[in-house]
Design a protein around this ligand. Structure first.
Ligand SMILES: *Cc1c(COP(=O)(O)O)cnc(C)c1O
Length: 404
């Protein structure tokens, strides 16, 4: 086993070696380097062919039609295009949208911007386990609601939303549904033939592909979704996303999706077993709490609070293990996670939360090393803790009893 150990797959994944090898073949003079828009010669046509094969691979992963896939620079851009594009193209219907308080900043910050542009946003409260009750969504919908945006798997807690139930509600009420699936695509099944989802965001670097490439699924088959583009230029992607297509990244994302589809079922079982092994060992330490849903979750993300310990102190005590406090994008900010706060965690519990995220290359040996190292660090830090009782035990009977 090699140190350091990487348990931060929710922040980004290493590129699968098969994907990296393929990517390298689309760059140099010996490879397929042409501009996919150069229809006049073989270099361009070869690149265009590779782009279309990748589009089919992404579509196949989702049960979509290739014409419904629009390449973007990642899930952040896909979320921007979905929200800003749909709100701008549907002003006649209204300017209201609904989202959740536990969404990624790549949705929440877009909502803040839309509010400054004159839109109204309803931010739904989750339950303490991270789920958003359907009734709460139902009452938030208004005649002028254009769009609902809810994520599939939460990037901090792994909690999943019931997309089928949410989709049948939004469909019945004639409201568009956007799903940020950056954490779930390629890991949990998503079948867009069965799910009434209109827009769905993907990111390659969360599924063993490269950074800087993603896609937005835009429903075309029934109830074609109208979007206003963010960028104007060469008219690529049927005018929805101008800019020369990065063939090497697109091909890599296609291959990553192909591998994800082929290995999804086995991968899920493996990650579930490793997650259970980690959780069982951590639970023995006592004074810990699960932040997230006990059943409705993606097992690759395990968020745990350690009573009496600041997350930063625990991280400093285990420098050979890469885990995170909250999400990577906000881990430099001193405020406790907006996700955990929205779930009703008090500030102390939120400040003591660590996110372990597991993936394709995680081994049982690594999990055992991590539980040993974390256990020792927790014991040590708790003896130094101001919560220590006069008899030397640490008061772990914090006010968490009611939580899952
Ligand atoms: C990583 C992530 C994003 C951002 O994706 P990029 O491709 O890095 O822009 C958005 N939403 C969620 C849920 C994520 O996990």
């Amino acid at each position: 086993m090699r140190l350091p150990i990487y348990l931060d797959y929710a922040a980004t994944t290493p590129v699968d070696p098969r994907v990296a090898e393929l990517l390298g073949r689309y760059l140099t003079r010996e490879g397929v380097f042409g501009n996919p828009s150069s229809e006049t010669h073989i270099f361009g046509r070869a690149a265009a062919q590779a782009v279309e094969t990748a589009r089919e691979q992404v579509a196949t992963l989702l049960g979509a039609d290739p014409r419904e896939i629009v390449w973007t620079s990642g899930a952040t851009e896909a979320n921007n295009l979905a929200l800003r594009g749909a709100l701008r193209a549907n002003v006649r219907k209204g300017r209201h949208l609904v989202t959740g308080k536990t969404e990624h900043k790549a949705v929440l910050d877009v909502c803040r911007w839309l509010e400054r542009e004159g839109c109204t946003v309803t931010y739904l409260d989750p339950e303490p386990d991270g789920s958003i009750p359907l009734e709460r969504l139902a009452v938030a919908l208004r005649p002028d609601t254009v769009l609902v945006s809810l994520m599939h798997v939460n990037n901090e807690t792994g909690a999943t939303q019931d997309l089928a139930a949410i989709g049948s509600l939004t469909c019945a009420r004639g409201v568009l549904l956007h799903v940020d699936a950056a954490q779930s695509a390629g890991k949990l099944p998503i079948d867009l033939r069965a799910l009434p989802i209109d827009l769905l965001s993907l990111s390659a670097h969360k599924l063993y592909g490269p950074k800087g490439i993603g896609a937005l699924y835009v429903r075309q088959r029934s109830n074609r979704v109208r979007l206003e583009p963010l960028l104007y230029g060469g008219g690529q992607e049927r005018g929805l996303r101008a800019g020369t297509l990065p063939t090497h990244q697109i091909v890599a994302m296609g291959e990553a999706c192909r591998i994800a589809k082929a290995t999804m079922a086995d991968g899920r079982v493996r990650v579930q077993q490793l997650r259970d092994r980690l959780w069982r060992a951590l639970a023995k330490l006592g004074g810990i709490a699960l932040n997230g849903h006990p059943e409705h979750h993606w097992p690759g993300i395990l968020n745990v609070s350690f009573a009496g310990i600041a997350a930063e102190a625990l991280l400093a005590a285990i420098p050979e293990i890469a885990v995170s406090t909250g999400s990577a994008c906000t881990s430099t900010a001193p405020e406790p996670s907006h996700v955990l706060r929205a779930m009703g965690c008090d500030a102390r519990r939120a400040r003591s939360a660590i996110r372990f995220s597991l993936g394709r290359f995680t081994t049982a040996e690594e999990i055992d090393y991590v539980t040993g190292a974390v256990g020792a660090a927790v014991d040590r830090l708790r003896t130094l803790s101001p919560l220590r009782e006069s008899d030397g035990t640490v008061s772990v009977a914090v006010d968490w009893a009611a939580l899952p």
